[in-house]
Design a protein around this ligand. Structure first.
Ligand SMILES: *Cc1c(COP(=O)(O)O)cnc(C)c1O
Length: 380
């Protein structure tokens, strides 16, 4: 497709598609080949080189959505995150990471970096001064995640990007919660945007995938690491991901409006003591969110009043499913105190702001009244 200035939903629908030269079909054919010629060709194709037709097709779509030159799909979000970190960190290097990051990313850093002689610092907060305080002469990467999980804090993307530029440091963002529909961090000066495509990009809770988007120059370094680590996405799943992204724009629009509606409803509910959603005017970082996001997303958290037991409430829900994962078309809910933060003591959880009655809510695309009705019957 010609690289004109298309709107976001046109990009979702068309960019990257493979033309079916043989039969003129409307959608990209799937090429399952793992064996391509090596003689007299411009590109030596191989699945683990991340350059099969279906890998390139979905990569082109994601790059266009992220407003950047290049993107490649990975087999999972963690394959994308680990590969990208290792592409820019060597023995003796240091990285500054935001204090609140996805559990898997946190585990990779604290369990494996010391073996490779890479040192790290987590920030004490999310203000730009908190990042600046941790920079060392050997800091090579600053890593952020916004909105964060599960408290939906908002980091000032441009402020962190500007700080990093001043020091010649590469910046990476986990852009999973926002999706490229709600946030285009490359426009704000971030170097590399990473996704768990298992979440909004795919959006149907039926596969795992990841993606990295950046400039051609930086992608070259990531690609060299990627082919050694081998976290490539299969061509069948590339096809599924390409198909899913066709509806990303309209799905996210609906996630945004449902989540805004639910956040306001919960905020005024007498069974709820606190709601965390960047779209609420009283969210502590609402102004920054409003500036840097195109929509506030489908994720929110809320704390039930002590009169209720969140675990029992969750079991009484009929439509909203208790689930570890998030960002599907269906509404799902999770208790961080029993899952992602179960290994901490109640005291430690309290210190990071996660009460035992906190629920993380991935608001789906259902009719919002049905979601409300489900919550009402569960509270009874
Ligand atoms: C799920 C998730 C990941 C990890 O992705 P996988 O596809 O499970 O490997 C990373 N970051 C965030 C914010 C996530 O929600």
């Amino acid at each position: 497709m010609a690289k004109a200035k298309y709107g976001v939903n046109t990009i979702c629908t068309h960019t990257g598609e493979i033309k079916d030269e043989q039969f003129g079909g409307a959608v990209s054919p799937i090429y399952l080949t793992s064996s391509y010629p090596f003689m007299d060709v411009d590109v030596k194709r191989y699945p683990r080189y991340f350059n099969t037709p279906n890998q390139q097709a979905v990569g082109e779509k994601i790059a266009a959505l992220e407003h950047v030159e290049a993107a490649i799909p990975f087999a999972s979000g963690m394959a994308a995150i680990s590969t990208t970190l290792l592409a820019f960190l060597n023995q003796g290097d240091h990285i500054v990471l935001q204090n609140e990051i996805y559990g898997g990313s946190f585990n990779f850093v604290v369990e494996d970096f010391h073996k490779m002689g890479i040192t790290y610092s987590f920030t004490d907060g999310i203000n730009v001064a908190d990042f600046e305080a941790k920079i060392q002469p050997n800091t090579k990467v600053i890593y952020i995640e916004t909105p964060s999980n599960p408290l939906l804090t908002i980091t000032d993307i441009k402020a962190v990007a500007d700080l990093a530029k001043k020091h010649g440091i590469i910046t990476m963002i986990d852009n999973t919660f926002a999706s490229p529909i709600n946030q285009t961090p490359i426009d704000l000066g971030i170097d590399i945007s990473i996704h768990s495509a298992t979440k909004y990009l795919n959006g149907h809770s039926d596969m795992a995938a990841g993606a990295v988007a950046t400039s051609k120059e930086l992608m070259d370094r990531i690609w060299h690491k990627a082919k050694n680590l081998g976290g490539n996405l299969s061509d069948l799943n590339c096809y599924l991901l390409e198909r899913s992204i066709k509806t990303l724009g309209i799905r996210v629009e609906r996630h945004n409006s449902n989540a805004q509606h639910m956040a306001e409803y919960l905020q005024h509910h007498k069974a709820v003591v606190k709601v965390y959603y960047p779209g609420l005017k009283d969210h502590p970082n609402h102004a920054i969110a409003n500036e840097q996001m195109h929509g506030f997303g489908g994720m929110l958290s809320f704390e039930l009043d002590g009169k209720y037991d969140a675990f029992t409430f969750q079991k009484k829900l009929k439509l909203i499913k208790p689930s570890m994962s998030l960002a599907g078309v269906e509404s799902t809910i999770l208790l961080p105190s029993k899952t992602s933060h179960a290994l901490l003591t109640a005291e430690q959880r309290k210190a990071v702001g996660i009460s035992d009655n906190l629920l993380r809510f991935s608001v789906g695309i259902e009719d919002v009244q049905d979601i409300i009705d489900d919550i009402e019957q569960a509270l009874k």
